[in-house]
Design a protein around this ligand. Sequence first.
Ligand code: NDP
Ligand code: OXD
Length: 319
Amino acid sequence: MSVLLCLTGCDEQEWAQRFKQHLPNLDIYCWSDPSVPNNTQLLNSLTHLVAWKPVDECLQKLTSLQAVYSLGAGVDHILNCKSLPNVPVYRLVDSDLTNRMSEWVVLQALFHLRQMPAYMQAQSQRQWQPLLQPAATDVTLGIMGMGVLGKAAAKHLTALGFNVLSWSRSAKQIENVKSFSTQQQLPAFLKETEILVNLLPSNKHTHGLVTMELLQQLQSDGPLKAAVYINGGRGATQNEADLYKALTSGILKAASIDVFENEPLAADSPLWQLPNCFIFPHVAATSSPITASKIIASQILSVEAGETAENLVDTTLGY
Ligand code: NDP
Ligand code: OXD
């Protein structure tokens, strides 16, 4: 019984050290170790794969795989792999990651509420220009995706006074949060929302959901004078060309975007040069090797014990 790490863009050696601490009785291998990809005998014996954007060749070669564990909360990077075998996929739920996402969402919500783009612009022109300041209690913020991350962010945002709405597949009962669900209730959710926070996973139902048609339905005459869009979920859920049109036509006052359909965002993307578009390189909530390795190791031990580990993904729903 042994574990392979295939973690594109991550320091596999650092993660391997962490996993060795929590799984002293299992052998840990790294796909980036040059002796691994061509060692057919070894690859045929590996049973657990910890993955971040795994390379297809790796999935093709693992003939005895029992389960795949995502290094992150999202699993689109695994489910979209052409050679993924029919084995259970587990995702990461980690309070450290959840807190980081709440920090990022609150930071962006306050950045736009407190009109930071306008003050940055004023400072660049040496202008002393006080603006009328709406209170958080006057502003309605709608969160799309009310899972682990959406719920945690909602708690912080309601504590700050925002009126918080949520939209998800199933209806929710959360204190101080008005819940909307299903496609039928999406227009009513959008109509009340002035700051839209996207924390949706990427799946076949959410792909390309955020279009011009959707953004046009947001509240346009609220205290902020035009809608704001914040995306910390997945880039594939938004149409980037429509986002550009919305940001240049006044449909959106501003946006903060951490995720893009193709990452890194191409150097020639027109979004880079928009003064009202604040771009982050997929850093809203990075998994910590310290906390995440412990959680994933315990998932692996559950599977080793013949049990179903926590946070099994529903591969038909795609999250
Ligand atoms: P969860 O699985 O806990 O929550 C997903 C939410 O999305 C649920 O509320 C679910 O509805 C809703 N949802 C899924 N499909 C649909 C749909 N078709 N229509 C409406 N609602 C839908 O995920 P997390 O909260 O843990 O994470 C959310 C996403 O955030 C991840 O999948 C990942 O892509 C992204 N992420 C981004 C990070 C970053 O650094 N930018 C870091 C970590 C995660 P229901 O409640 O009814 O099931
Ligand atoms: C995740 C991410 O899914 O970092 O955890 O995007």
